[in-house]
Ligand binder design. Structure first.
Ligand code: AHR
Ligand code: AHR
Length: 480
């Protein structure tokens, strides 16, 4: 059985079922998600294999030698509640016309029972939505929901959510949302410890329990795979959570609606959001693997069976890198491969990261500027960071999508901005260096300056022309 078979048996059927990793009904054989590739704009759908796990190999072959975005996350419930690129609302997204970004198709690789699949890696600016969903709870009607998330990928911005939100993409008042929130925002609610927490986004408030601000019963939770569950019915709601890879769910709150005005009764509108707030606030980050929304208030016993099903799916980590291997502690130089520039290497001039022509006969200072020590990724040890040879303690990081050489300030933001995941070079040479936190973006030289660029986008440096060449670098032993 799948999670939605279990909810059906419990009398609270799924009305939306989203996953890029697996079928959520044992009998589901339709598409899980659609990807669009950068080379020619073509799309394809990815369906489950007979095991129920997504056919990631089909994606890998369709996307070979180019970039791919997740364009549609299909609803498996049969109600057509698919998730697509979120439109502008109270806040604009970063794409043209105020739309949010789409997720890279390769930002969140995992295995399920040993078979590779990809989750949805939500960077700040990324969001999916369906403002015309059918069958989801409205008003004070009962519903439940769960999601499997990456407990190491979060931030404090508003709002990495999955669940029920406004059909207008605007803040229409307290009680107009009921969604799972995951992250360490302290603007509204908090639990015990420093976070991240599972909370409920009920609009104009992330709630960790009955009190409007802190509820010590809601623990910090950061398993690599987190099961997060929220459910609500007239004057009752609950938060539950656990480790998606083992064990059972715990109840972090179960009780009355918040006493602040507007939350009892609720005024749910029935749209579905992923990765954003109800008003299209889009500063948050997180990773989504699977999730559902139900009709009716699922029993704890039903949710416990769903958790057992998730554990049995055996989510596990897998490599974030491919292509020629990098060795931590080694010193490297990185050569451009675009035909203009094959004698140019990634260098720095002060804090500017650029390319310059470097050779064995260059001055020592320039050779050092072109030399980098490979470190385990400051933000994720499955990837890498590049420390300057002549300025120890300073690393290549992106800021506003421009690469800079900056001293490590020890912050989580710096660590994430300085973490890059090498993959086989998109033009077939060397490596392309994907930004861990923005996996649609790669090291790119553009007018001899380095950026993290996407293959098409609003910045000049996102131009599609010569993208594959500009993002491919041959990495060799360093000059200095
Ligand atoms: O409730 C928290 C956030 O507040 C909602 O997600 C958003 O709509 C509003 O800004
Ligand atoms: O480079 C993109 C983002 O810009 C970085 O993550 C952040 O440091 C800055 O806001």
């Amino acid at each position: 059985a799948g999670p939605c078979d279990i909810y059906s048996s419990g009398g609270t059927p799924c009305v939306a079922a989203h996953s890029t990793t697996r079928a959520l009904y044992s009998a589901y054989t339709g598409p899980l998600y659609q990807v669009k590739r950068g080379s020619d704009g073509a799309t394809t759908t990815i369906s489950p294999l007979s095991s129920g796990v997504a056919n990631a190999a089909a994606q890998d072959s369709f996307c070979a030698g180019t970039t791919c975005l997740i364009t549609i996350i299909y609803d498996q419930s049969g109600r057509g509640n698919h998730l697509t690129q979120a439109p502008p609302g109270g806040f604009n997204g970063p794409e043209s016309n105020g739309y949010d970004n789409l997720a890279s198709a390769i930002g969140a690789p995992v295995t399920l029972n040993g078979q590779k699949a990809y989750g949805v890696f939500i960077s700040p600016g990324t969001g999916y939505r369906n403002n015309a969903a059918s069958g989801t709870a409205k008003g004070d009607a009962a519903e439940g929901m769960y999601a499997v998330l990456d407990g190491t990928h979060y931030n404090g911005a508003c709002c990495f959510d999955y669940g029920n939100a406004e059909t207008s993409s605007r803040d229409t008042g307290n009680g107009h949302m009921e969604a799972i929130y995951y992250g360490d925002s302290t603007v509204w609610g908090t639990g015990s410890g420093n976070g991240p927490w599972i909370m409920a986004d009920l609009e104009n408030g992330l709630f960790s329990g009955s009190a409007v601000h802190n509820n010590a019963g809601d623990p910090s939770i950061s398993y690599r795979f987190v099961t997060a569950a929220v459910k609500g019915q007239p004057n009752q709601w609950a938060i539950r959570g656990g480790n998606s890879a083992s064990g059972s769910l715990s109840t972090f709150y179960n009780g009355a609606r918040p006493s602040a005005s507007g939350y009892n009764p609720m005024s749910k509108e029935g749209a579905i959001i992923l990765g954003i707030g109800g008003d299209n606030s889009n500063g948050a980050q997180g990773t989504f693997y699977e999730g559902v929304m139900t009709s009716g208030y699922p029993s704890d016993a039903t949710e416990n069976s769903v958790q057992a099903n998730i554990v049995a799916a055996k989510y596990a980590v897998t490599s974030l890198t491919s292509g020629p291997a990098l060795t931590t502690g080694s010193s490297v130089s990185l050569r451009a491969t675009t035909s203009c520039c094959t004698t140019r290497y990634i260098t720095h001039t002060g804090s500017t990261v650029n390319t310059q022509v470097v050779s064995s006969s260059s001055a020592t200072a320039l050779k050092q500027q072109a030399s980098w020590t490979v470190r385990a990724g400051l933000g994720n040890s499955g990837c890498f960071s590049f420390e300057s040879k002549d300025t120890p303690g300073s690393y290549i990081r992106h800021n506003n999508f421009v690469l800079l050489l900056n001293a490590n300030d020890g912050s989580k933001q710096f660590a994430e901005d300085a973490t890059f995941c090498p993959q086989a070079g998109l033009n077939g040479q060397g490596n392309s260096l994907r930004a861990w936190g923005y996996p649609t973006r790669y090291f790119r030289h553009y007018d001899n300056v380095l950026y993290v660029a996407s293959n098409g986008g609003v910045h000049t440096f996102d131009a599609t022309g010569s993208f594959n060449d500009d993002v491919s670098f041959v990495i060799s032993a360093s000059f200095a």
